[in-house]
Ligand binder design. Sequence first.
Ligand code: HXC
Length: 513
Amino acid sequence: MDNKDQLLNKRAKAKEGGGEERLKKQHAQGKLSARERIDVLLDSDSFNEIGGLVEHRSTAFGLEKQKIPGDGVVTGYGTIHGRLIYVFSQDFTVLGGSLSETHAGKICRIMDLALKNGAPLIGLNDSGGARIQEGVVSLAGYADIFYRNTRASGVIPQLSVIMGPCAGGAVYSPALTDFVFMVEETSYMFVTGPNVVKTVTHEEVTSEDLGGAKAHAEKSGVNHFIGGNDVECLKMVRDFITYIPQNCQELAPHPSVFEFDKSNLEKIESIIPENATMPYDIRKVITFVIDASSFREVHKDFATNIVVGFARLEGRTIGVVANQPISLAGVLDIDSSRKGARFVRFCDAFNIPLLVFEDVPGFLPGTDQEWRGIITHGAKLLYAFSEATVPRITVITRKAYGGAFDVMNSKSIGSDLNFAWPTAEIAVMGAKGAAEIIFKKEIASADNREEKWLEKEAEYAEMFANPYRAAERGIIDEVIFPKETRSRLISGFKMLENKTEKLPNKKHGNIPL
Ligand code: HXC
C-alpha cells in the first residue's frame, strides 16, 4: 500500500466508526451519527478535525482487537455563522461512545484550545459512560474534563447537548457547563439508572421518566432547552450562539438589522388588569418591548413563576429576568431564586446587560420552603444581582413587596436605572395585611370591624399602593407609561454602554450555595 492509500484507508476507517450495522441501529432510533451532527451544527464545510487517528492503548478484555481510529469521539473546530467554535461529538457506534483514557484526552485537547483561544465549546454527548474495560484510567479521564470545565467556567461559554445516554458521573461535565440542551425521547441523564433505583428505593421508573428531556425540563431544571429531534436541537444551538459572546472579554454580536412593530406601544398599555389581584402573562410585556421574535426563553418549563431568557433591543443582546404573575402569582421560591441567580451570573460573566421586569408579591410562605432553605436559596438571587457589574435596569410593572423588592435588582443593590409604571405598588407588604397589623387595636375596638379594616386598608393603599412614595425618595428614578418603556430602555442601555465597575479585590466571593 502506498503512502496515499494508507492515509485514505485510515481516514475511511475513522469515518466508518463502529460500522454499518451499528450506524443503522443509531439511525433506526432517530439519532444522527456523530459526524452528521457536526455537519448540522457547524457552517457547511467549516469543520476541521483534530485527533482523527487517535487510538486507545488498552489491551484488557480483548480491547486490542477493537481499535477504531478516533476512539469514539470526533473532535475539532469550525464555525457557526462565521464565528469560531470548538466541538466534540461522541460516537455511540464505537464501544457505545464510552470514555477511555484517550477519548478523554481528545476532549481535553479541544477544551484547552478553546480556553486558550477564547471561543465557545460545544459538547455533543452520546455515551455509555466510563469505558468499563479500562477501569480507573477512564475515571481519571472524566476528572480531567471536570477540572477543565470548571477552570473554563466564566471564561468561555460551554454548552452541552445530550443526544443519547449520559449516566453516572458522566453527568457532571454537562452540569458544570453553562447550558444543557436535550433531545426529546432519545436522550437521558441520571446519576443512577432505573435498575439501581429499583434495588435501592424500590421505585419502578423508566429511563425517560427518571432522566428524560421532559423530566429535567420540568422537575429538576437540569436542562435549559429541549429539541424535538437531533436536527431541531442542533439548530437551536446554532441560533443560541448568536446571542452570546465568544468569551468573557468580548460583547455578544450586535446585528444592525432588527424589526419592531410600533403597534406594540399601544398594546402594552392595556396588559395590566384593572383589578390588581388578576394575573397577566409577563411574556406579553417582554414581547411588546423587545425586537420582534427575539426572545429565547431559558428554562421555560422549570420554576415558571420566574421567566428568564435572552432578547434583543435594537439588535443588542440583553438578559431578561421577570416575575411571572400567571404562575404562583409570581412569588419567589427556592427554584425560581436558583433559576434566576444562575441566569444572572451567566449574563454578568459574559457582559450581557440585565433587564428586570418586576411584579412580585413576596417570598412563598410555608414549612416546605423554610425547611428546604428558602433563606439560603433566596439569598442566591440577592447575591447574584448584588455582585453583577453589567448594566442593569429594572421596570416595576405592578407589585414590588417586601424583601422581594430589594432582591429584584433594586437600586440599593446596584441597579443602574429603575423605572416604575403608574400601576406599581411599592410597599413593605399588601395593604390588607399591613392594615391588619398596624391598625390591629383600632380595628378590634371598632363597632364594625370589617368596615374599619376596609377603611384602614384603603388608607394604607392610598399611601403606598403606588409608585410615588418611592419616586419622591429617588428609590425609583422615573415613573413612566408602559408605552415609553422600549425607548427608555434603549436609551438607558446606550447610556450605560461604557459602564465600568470593579468588585473589591478578592480571591472569589462565597455565594450561599
Ligand atoms: C464499554 C460499552 C459501554 C461502556 C456500552 N458499551 N457502554 N463498552 N464501556 N461503558 C458498548 C456495548 O458493549 C455495545 O457494544 C455497544 O456499546 C452498544 O451498547 P448496547 O448495550 O448494545 O446499547 P443499548 O442497548 O442502546 O444500551 C445503551 C446503554 C448500555 C444503556 C448505555 O450500553 C449500558 O447500560 N452501558 C453501560 C453503562 C454503564 O454502566 N456505564 C458505566 C457507568 S459508570 P457492541 O460491541 O455490542 O456494539 C460511569 C462512571 C463515570 O460512567 C464516572 C465519572 C466520574
